[in-house]
Ligand binder design. Structure first.
Ligand code: PMP
Length: 296
């Protein structure tokens, strides 16, 4: 359950019970998928609940809204402040926060005047779990960047993610890996993909993927740890039998991968760069790195 009778949400300038929040069934977003959203996490730290990279997430929300011709009237600062109030009102510290900007009634295919802003939060375990993932390359490609703004986090884009996830789960795998329109590896349905070969990490360049905030954090951590990260195009064949691989995402954090299309990665997860970065990531988000940073 995402909410109970005590859950409070922020909707259109008011605090209200989630169970009493109403929406317009003629919403353009509900019919056509034209809303924008974010996925953010807060962590309990020594200094209380801290929303990790709150500014970056709300800047991306503004970017997404701009690309979709949606007028978002709250500033980044206001949204960050409201997020802390949301956590406070719900007594949450380790939480997943979901801002959603959705549109009012409009059955035409033109921009919509009325804009609704919802902020809600719930406790959510790591999205892909704690075990190692068995991946399958999906037959669904990521949307062509000439058909939409792939770097915007748009509700309708996630029909592609749902199709890919459902396909691979029906085939007995844990998670999908999607290619771009040229047959290169792009990303997962809700996370960016990295693989390790000969002590270097490789990930797809921007262009056909969401510019993940966790991906960026992993770049920063890798630099601090002296790990080289190369952004380049590659195919599933380049990944088969590599040393290791992992997904990065706010909900998934740094999630280890066991195999792709049945080809196992060579290193045990604990010995891979992914495992090192997974620990470094948790330390960073929980602000523990100066207390028990056991990595180098
Ligand atoms: N790719 C897609 C398609 C996603 O939905 C997400 C999750 N927002 C990511 C990558 C990872 O982005 P982030 O690290 O900003 O959560």
């Amino acid at each position: 359950m995402y909410y109970n009778e005590n859950t409070t949400v922020f909707l259109d300038g008011k605090w209200m019970k989630a169970s009493g929040a109403m929406t317009d069934v003629y919403s353009q977003t509900l019919h056509y998928g034209s809303g924008v959203f974010e996925g953010i996490r807060s962590y309990e730290t020594e200094d209380g609940a801290m929303v990790f990279k709150a500014r970056e997430h709300y800047e991306r929300l503004h970017y997404s809204a701009r690309k979709m011709h949606i007028k978002l009237d709250y500033s980044v600062e206001e949204l960050v402040e409201l997020t802390y109030e949301l956590l406070d009102r719900n007594g949450l510290k380790d939480a997943y926060i979901r801002p959603l900007v959705y549109l009012g009634q409009n059955m035409s295919l033109q921009p919509t005047e009325k804009v609704h802003v919802l902020l809600c939060a719930w406790s959510w375990d790591r999205y892909l779990g704690d075990g190692l993932l068995r991946l399958m390359t999906s037959s669904y490609q990521r949307p062509n960047p000439k058909s939409c703004h792939v770097e915007a986090k748009v509700t309708g884009h996630y029909t592609n993610s749902i199709l890919a996830t459902t396909e691979v789960k029906n085939n007995g795998f844990d998670e999908a890996l999607l290619l771009d329109m040229n047959g290169n590896v792009a990303e997962g349905p809700g996370a960016n993909f990295f693989f390790e070969k000969d002590d270097k990490l490789y990930t797809a360049p921007l262009g056909n993927i969401l510019a993940g905030i966790t991906r960026q954090t992993v770049f920063e951590l890798a630099e601090e740890l002296g790990i080289e990260v190369v952004e380049k195009f590659f195919t599933p064949k380049d990944v088969y039998g590599a040393d290791g691989a992992f997904f990065t995402g706010t909900a998934a954090e740094v999630a280890g991968i066991e195999s792709l299309d049945g080809f196992d990665f060579a290193l045990p997860w604990e010995e891979s760069l992914g495992a090192m970065l997974s620990t470094a990531y948790l330390n960073r988000v929980q602000k523990k790195e100066y207390k028990n940073f056991e990595l180098v």
